[in-house]
Design a protein around this ligand. Sequence first.
Ligand SMILES: [Zn+2]
Length: 303
Amino acid sequence: MCRSPLATHINVYTLMKNSMVRFIKYTIFSFMVLTIVIGLASFINENEAVKEIRRFNADLFREIGYTDDELSLFCDVAFMHEDTRIRKWDRDIKVEIKNIADLSDKSIAEVDSVIAILAPLLAPIKIERVRSGGNLHVYRKVSEVVSHKIKSHPRPVCLNGMAKINGKSDRSWSINYACIYDGAHSNSQTLLHEFEHALGLDHPIKLYSYYVTIGRSVIPQYFRSKEDVRSFLRQPFYISEQEKKVIKMLYSPEIKAGLHIETFARRMEFTDEDRIRLIPEASKNSRIVIYPSPEEYHRYEIK
Ligand SMILES: [Zn+2]
């Protein structure tokens, strides 16, 4: 039997059409499967990241041993990102003085002194000074430190110093790069203050009965006694024992970058009274409080 050329042509056409439909079906199906798999993988990955951040063992954390005062300061200054999450270094810190050629030996030695003070508080993270390839860049004694952060002010505000850290990425609140500036006339306390920012600490909202280096003002907030004043003046790099403990608490392996203050409060089983006492309330949209407080500072709003 022989077929007409037209019938053959129709058969070939039908075959092509069928295989095309199959091809499109398979492509759509494969695409759907791939989308689901990618979605699932990303969901699992995100869940793992969230779980990792939430992995917090309150009992092990308590083993550090801290006073109520120290816990209070920790809650105030350690949850830096949007006042709710932990930011901290996830790698060893290599301090590189970028303008080292312009500095006196004393200015360089001051950086080394700050590193020596902080090193025992950051373990297991190491901090050291390097000549190149640093991830914490220091610019000392710069002629002008200008911040554009306070938007309500008509002009940029000149400060004693400034610190910047890398922004958070998708699921990571870790710090892997920071930059510190201090002005030509600022003192060693400013340098230490900026280093604390670079480590992930923020200004406190509350007032304390002792001098807090990470406080907003370089003017000592409170001194309980003349002995306090003398001990402050004796140490060019004064840092209170409470603040040292707070840095230790922040760098304890139990505290993960990204840990939310709510998760922390829940795991620590804070009561309602604990929350009021320990978590700085209404930190957002509140006014900067500086003690002693020059009147003009009250004009600025934070965030
Ligand atoms: Zn500051």
